[in-house]
Each structure stands twice: as structure tokens, then as C-alpha cells.
Design a protein around this ligand. Structure first.
Ligand code: FEO
Length: 165
């Protein structure tokens, strides 16, 4: 059974994962309209993954005697100046998510909730991968700069790069 404090903290994470899914879905739509079909495919998939992260939390909270709250979501920004700005936002967001996961782990240790602590290890590993991928993408975009040909290849190769990790 989880404590009220852990339940509240996990529900905050449900909200964050749901927001992440919503933001990546918005980015995917922007990229698709901009003709960047590879980037769109990557972001649609990323949005699905975030929903899966949220669902995993929902099921865990309920299984442990809590009540997972399905949150309302605010509308994300619909436009991006550039593909670089978009992926910088992805990286910043993932770093923020990692911080929040670490805070959750910290709360579990303080509350001596080792079951939830164990459950959260999956998220700790996932964040390492997500941050690394976002950094790799930003490095590539910096290399490409304003080269349109480079952007074409980046868009073509991104879905494969993401699944290779
Ligand atoms: Fe579920 Fe990308 O954090």
C-alpha cells in the first residue's frame, strides 16, 4: 500500500508524463505540416511512449491501493521557429523529467517505500536513454547548421536512429 504522500507525488508524475505526450504530439503535428515526415514519425512515436510511461504509473498507483488521477492538460504552444528550437525544447524537457524522477526516488527513500523505489528504477534507466538520444540529435543538428541537404538526410534517417537506440 502506498502512503498518501507517495500517491500524491506519483500522481504529479502522471501529469508530467501526460503533458510530455501532449507536447510531443503537438510537435509531431507541426513537423508533419512542415514536410518533415521523418521527424514527425519520430515525435508521434515519442508521444506514444510518453503515454505508455503515464499508463504504467496509473496502473501501479491503483495496484498499490492508491487512486490514479487522470489530469486535465493545457494546450501546448503550436509553433516552432525551427527544428533546432524544437529539439532543444525536447532536451530541456527530458532533463526536467529526469530531475522530477530523481526527486520522486528521493521521496521514496525518505518514506522508506522500497517497492515504489524499485518500480521507479525503470524510469531512471529510461531517462538516461531519452536524455542521451536528445543530446545526440542536438549534436547532429548543430553540425548540420543551415545546410538544407543535411536537414533532408537528418529527416530521412531520424526514425532509424531513434529505433537503433
Ligand atoms: Fe517519460 Fe520522456 O519522459
Amino acid at each position: 500500500m502506498i502512503s498518501a504522500k507517495i500517491e500524491k507525488a506519483l500522481n504529479q508524475q502522471v501529469l508530467l508524463e501526460a503533458e510530455s505526450s501532449q507536447v510531443y504530439l503537438t510537435m509531431a503535428s507541426w513537423a508533419e505540416v512542415a514536410g518533415l515526415s521523418g521527424v514527425a514519425a519520430f515525435l508521434f512515436r515519442h508521444s506514444d511512449e510518453e503515454r505508455m510511461h503515464m499508463l504504467k504509473l496509473v496502473r501501479f498507483i491503483n495496484e498499490r491501493g492508491g487512486h490514479a488521477v487522470i489530469p486535465a492538460l493545457k494546450q501546448p504552444a503550436q509553433k516552432y521557429k525551427s527544428i533546432r528550437e524544437l529539439f532543444q525544447e525536447v532536451l530541456t524537457h527530458e532533463v526536467f523529467v529526469s530531475t522530477e524522477i530523481n526527486n520522486l526516488v528521493d521521496i521514496c527513500l525518505k518514506e522508506k517505500d522500497y517497492t515504489t523505489h524499485n518500480f521507479l528504477q525503470w524510469y531512471v534507466s529510461e531517462q538516461i536513454e531519452e536524455e542521451a538520444l536528445a543530446r545526440k540529435i542536438m549534436d547532429k543538428l548543430k553540425l548540420i547548421g543551415d545546410d538544407k541537404g543535411g536537414l533532408y538526410i537528418f529527416d530521412r534517417d531520424l526514425p532509424a536512429m531513434a529505433t537503433a537506440d
